[in-house]
Design a protein around this ligand. Sequence first.
Ligand code: ADP
Ligand code: MG
Length: 245
Amino acid sequence: MADEALIVLENVNKWFGPLHVLQDVNLSVARGEVVVVIGPSGSGKSTLCRAINRLEPISSGTITFDGQPLPAEGRALAKLRSEVGMVFQSFNLFAHKSILQNVMLGPLKVRKEKPAAVKERAMSLLDRVGIASQADKFPAQLSGGQQQRVAIARALAMQPKALLFDEPTSALDPEMVGEVLDVMTSLARDGMTMVVVTHEMGFARHAANRVVFMADGQLVEQNTPEEFFANPTSERARDFLSKIL
Ligand code: ADP
Ligand code: MG
């Protein structure tokens, strides 16, 4: 089961008008695998993430999740979205709801689960991300790092089969980056399937099974972090790494 592909993109293209932002992208993510996506701004990393849970429809090619083509609409799409959690740069918590309510909302409203069971799971997830003592506070009372950890707990509350992270630490003050990466590293070690867009090369080195380098809408190279950082094969990857390392 370990090598079975959970997310498969085949010849995926995406145009925004004349702009060809995903160009024949092929990518397969196995169950339990952690894939870190890096590359310059504008290279299509966010579009790739958004395509996987169909926040962005693709122009051509196919994406399958857990053996099924991505559904276009309706209940099947809602189910897909609950199985593929997403954590954004901006935490997008509901400001007028408590931390606990934020984490409980999806399972209650989307899944119609029983409140008692949802509350128990939400509290245990808040404990897992180190925020249990803040459960009754409101988002504005928490630091950015704490809010992002709540956003991760909220995604986990839906018991997803995979989590997508789009620059989850880019909006944080530097001293809060580590606490969020620690939570992500722990999820990775526990076998969560993750696609992570990040500029945190330390996380890529230590938590990724594979690093994917994108430039100009193309998946230019992919390799283990050891190989990628030691021997990037493309000029564009070498150039990118020379600027950020
Ligand atoms: P990255 O996340 O790597 O910075 P994006 O996926 O956000 O790149 O964007 C890839 C390209 O697509 C960029 O040129 C961006 O300006 C363009 N783009 C992204 N979203 C839209 C949109 N909704 N409409 C038009 N162009 C877009
Ligand atoms: Mg982006």
